[in-house]
Design a protein around this ligand. Structure first.
Ligand SMILES: [Zn+2]
Length: 428
């Protein structure tokens, strides 16, 4: 700042951090070097009116930034400041838990066998349909509180356990209610094409038709879903059905995300790329052509490493090849009662590192900047002037320790839209 310039006014300053990691100006594919280069040591972040107004060293902050009357300055010595974390793939609204099924799987039954015997997703569908709106809301809020404590300030939330017009719309309305008045932002996704509902067991075409002719238009009319998703897999929906549903959703103004290539290779990534999907999720069995197509289309790969662990699968997504192909890689929990019962996003990132060899800086970008990109959110996921003042502060001196010391919560402070919402590990 020169002598004539006015100081930057701020209402919240976080300073003295051992590292501030902005994740700005990242290249496509691998980002480890760019993240390291952009990291500010002895750093500070200042916010005003819910936006970031300064990112730099603590010394520059002292020179250039002035705390407004009534503002707050927080000493972050020995801690790391990241953008608020973003969980790009969750099945947030549901009722019932499946601990008994967890034990069956440990005893040797496969996910597919349990589903074929009436368990699996359809067990959650029954419990969800039977739950009241308020019960569903409380379930969402409880999970959101846990996510926020881990430093998550934005999460995607899919429907998909209703599987009828009224039930799917009801779940999306619950998501909207859960979002209102909670510090964590939710990005709603319509996943009516999760599995075939039991009522349509021998009438696949009729259900696909219902999604296209009734559920998508109704969700669009009420502005309940920013994205539409389809589970493309044996036992769920095939590529032709997915294409019809996704094209209808695109026509109704929704962005697209798809569950693809999880249990079998099915050309799902190619379809996601062809339709211009924002994200292709899972990708354990993605093909070479699929990777090239994702990179060319700018479709973000959302990997769900905690699912592989939870399902005891050892076919991990080919992360190194995806990055080498120039694909942007995000990581998410897939929080859901059947295949991944956790809200712990940093744990999912640790597991990505441990199972695939992903670099810790690529993993941290995967739960911040890359996750934001997969949700087409341009105002968050990085620490840049004008970005949303969403911050997560971790009690570690080096950012890699967030993932290295795994399974516990290092997050002490969370800022959402410039307001302290978690202080010293306690919701404010
Ligand atoms: Zn999922």
């Amino acid at each position: 700042m020169t002598r004539d310039e006015q100081p930057i006014q701020a209402d919240l300053i976080l300073t003295g951090a051992s590292q501030v990691v902005p994740f700005s100006d990242l290249p496509h594919g691998a980002v480890g070097e760019a993240v390291a280069e952009g990291t500010v040591r002895d750093g500070a972040v200042a916010c005003r009116d819910g936006r970031i107004v300064f990112v730099g060293t603590a010394a520059a902050c002292r020179r250039e930034v002035e705390l407004k009357d009534g503002g707050e300055e927080m000493d972050c010595a020995g801690q790391v400041i990241l953008p608020g974390l973003i969980d790009a793939h969750t099945h947030l609204p549901f009722a019932g838990e499946r601990a008994a099924e967890f034990r069956l799987r440990l005893a040797g039954k496969s996910y597919e066998e349990i589903a074929a015997a009436g368990g699996g997703i359809l067990a959650t569908v029954s419990a969800t349909r039977a739950a009241t709106d308020d019960e569903l809301l409380i379930g969402c809020r409880t999970r959101m509180d846990r996510m926020l404590a881990f430093g998550v300030t934005t999460a995607e939330a899919k429907s998909g356990y209703g599987l009828s017009r009224d039930q799917e719309l009801r779940l999306l309305r619950v998501v909207a209610r859960a979002h209102d008045g909670h510090p964590l932002d939710l990005v709603p996704t319509l996943l009516a094409a999760h599995v075939l509902p039991p009522e349509f067991k021998d009438r696949r075409d009729a259900y696909v038709d219902l999604i296209i002719r009734e559920i998508i238009p109704a969700a669009a009319r009420e502005k309940l879903a920013r994205f539409c998703d389809v589970f493309i897999e044996d036992g769920a929906f095939n590529a032709a059905e997915a294409r019809a549903i996704l094209m209808a959703a695109r026509g109704a103004g929704m962005g697209l995300r798809v569950h693809v290539d999880q249990l079998t290779a099915g050309g799902g990534a190619e379809l996601a790329a062809e339709l211009g999907a924002a994200s292709a999720d899972h990708l354990e069995h993605v093909s070479r052509e699929g990777m090239r197509a994702l990179a060319a289309a700018g479709t973000v790969a959302v990997l769900l490493p905690a699912v592989d662990l939870f399902l005891r699968k050892t076919a991990y997504p080919p992360v190194a090849a995806l990055l080498a192909a120039g694909v942007d890689v995000a990581l998410a929990t897939d929080c859901n009662p059947g295949s991944c019962m956790t809200e712990n996003l940093p744990l999912a990132a640790s597991l990505a590192c441990l199972t695939t060899g992903l670099d810790t800086d690529d993993a941290l970008a995967g739960i911040t900047a890359r996750a934001a990109r997969s949700l087409r959110l341009e105002d968050r996921g990085t620490l840049e002037l004008g970005s949303a003042a969403d911050l997560a502060v971790f009690a570690v001196a080096d950012r890699a320790a967030i993932l290295y010391h795994f399974g516990i919560n290092h997050c002490r402070t969370v800022v959402k839209n410039g307001k302290l919402v978690v202080r010293d590990g306690i919701p404010d």
